[in-house]
Design a protein around this ligand. Structure first.
Ligand SMILES: NS(=O)(=O)N[C@@H](CCC(=O)O)C(=O)O
Ligand SMILES: [Ca+2]
Ligand SMILES: [Ca+2]
Ligand SMILES: [Zn+2]
Length: 319
């Protein structure tokens, strides 16, 4: 479990309990389902938030994924914050009510529960990043677009950025892939926007990660402008630094590149607090940081949801 000074973080059992409590408290506003199992057979939970959540309504869909990287525990708290904001806030905040009534919001609070549990299992942090398959696969190098193309991952199983033996070799990325593929209804992908939450460095990142070029096959100048404009607008609200993923470093097989190329989902990575730290200490802010550093993203998430019906509206275009 989490050591003292960190007990405010949710371990897997506590996270599941929180999801079940949300269902108890908010009935028809939420629907909890498993999208399948992790490598070690833990459920990968997805909570849907919308009016008439039990019905697939013709409303733009939004996906939030957290905890691809095991040690990035603050991201689980961020997904739980989004769940709390858009369920508890429904009755009292008209802006939240309008967003929940006009969208279907999917939240996957932990993509890598095996790794997250392994990181805390000994009672002291192991600084574990990957899943628990063999020596571990980095889920964020295992997605199927430009997998292993460009020196943005490693072929060595012991590496922190091991891409796996093949694209989608990790059960966790397979399950999220299948979930997203399953949201194609009548030939149209219902999910319009996505944020994948990470720590740390306080950044907002957008595709592509596999190339330094601003435009590339499947991503033209207008689309790059939409990504950058919405990214900068959100960064103005949370004071993160907005940039194309590859401005940080080249990554191949990342979730953002796949979400965009395969489905044209406007897909971002948010790297949360802290801005900088010495080594792996940055992954372990004390639990006193949870409330301020998750609430810090409330307005960026609200802006994101408001544009989730048509992100190009941010540059004056229609969909
Ligand atoms: N959270 S992290 O691992 O330190 N940074 C992410 C950055 C993601 C990206 O550049 O798309 C990664 O390398 O997968
Ligand atoms: Ca609805
Ligand atoms: Ca729908
Ligand atoms: Zn990460």
């Amino acid at each position: 479990d989490f050591p003292s000074g960190y007990t405010g973080y949710h371990n897997h059992r506590e996270m599941v309990a929180e999801l079940n409590q949300t269902v108890t408290d908010h009935g028809a506003l939420v629907k909890l389902s498993s999208i399948g199992k992790s490598y070690e057979n833990r459920d990968l939970w997805a909570l849907k938030i919308s009016d008439n959540a039990g019905t697939d309504e013709n409303e733009p869909e939004v996906l939030f994924t957290c905890n691809q990287h095991a040690r990035e525990h603050l991201t689980v708290e961020m997904c739980l914050r989004i769940i709390k904001q858009y369920t508890d806030g429904y009755a009292t905040n008209p802006t939240i009510k309008n967003l929940v009534d006009s969208r279907e919001i999917w939240v996957i609070p932990s993509v890598n529960p095996d790794g997250a549990e392994y990181d805390i299992a000994s009672g002291t942090f192991r600084a574990w990043r990957k899943n628990r398959q063999g020596q571990g696969t980095d889920p964020n190098r295992n997605w199927g677009y430009q997998w292993g193309c460009c020196g943005g991952s490693s072929g060595s199983p012991s590496s922190e950025t091991y891409r796996g033996p093949s694209a989608f070799s990790a059960p966790e990325t397979q399950r999220v892939r299948d979930f997203v593929n399953g949201r194609v209804v009548g030939g149209v992908q219902q999910i319009k926007t996505h944020i994948d939450w990470h720590t740390y460095s306080e950044l907002i990142l957008w595709p592509y990660g596999y190339t330094y070029n601003d435009t590339a096959p499947g991503l033209d100048a207008t689309q790059a402008n939409v990504f950058a404009t919405l990214g900068r607008r959100m960064a103005a609200l949370n004071n993160y630094t907005p940039q194309q993923s590859s401005d940080l470093y080249v990554t191949d097989g990342s979730v953002n590149d796949w979400m965009w190329n395969a489905h044209k989902i406007w897909s971002y990575t948010f790297e949360m607090y802290p801005k900088s730290a010495s080594g792996t200490s940055g992954f372990y802010p004390r639990d006193t940081a949870i409330a301020p550093q998750t609430a810090r993203n409330d307005s960026a998430v609200e802006l994101f949801l408001s544009y989730s019906d048509c992100a190009p509206r941010i540059i004056g275009r229609t969909c």
